[in-house]
Unconditional design. Structure first.
Length: 108
């Protein structure tokens, strides 16, 4: 039986607005080598691909999010679709549940 370890980065970033924060987040994600990243307390109401590319490496090409309500909450989960497919099982005001399936096992 073959096994593989996956790196997941979870981080309470206390807001994702601003160039200095974007650089720090991108650097830490790259340094971690993670396959999935979960950013909590983004304090951001909407995410689209051009905005996400400011701070999420291109290899993490799929994402789901829960918007903040004013300056409270906000969650962004991004992953590498070459390694996983992701499906939202539940999404609420301050939480999101995703199920990941390895795309590597599907290719065999």
């Amino acid at each position: 039986m073959s096994t593989r370890n996956w790196n997941v980065l979870c981080w309470n970033i206390r807001g994702i607005n601003g160039n200095k924060k974007w650089d720090a987040v991108r650097d830490k994600i790259n340094e971690s080598g993670c396959s999935i990243v979960c950013l909590q307390k983004t304090k951001h109401e909407n995410f689209d691909t051009p905005f996400i590319r400011q701070f999420i490496p291109k290899c993490l090409d799929k994402y789901e999010f829960v918007p903040s309500i004013g300056a409270s909450g906000g969650i962004l989960v991004a992953w590498n679709s070459n390694l996983f497919s992701g499906q939202v099982l539940d999404s609420q005001q301050f939480g999101i549940t995703l199920e990941f399936t390895s795309t590597l096992s599907l290719q065999k």
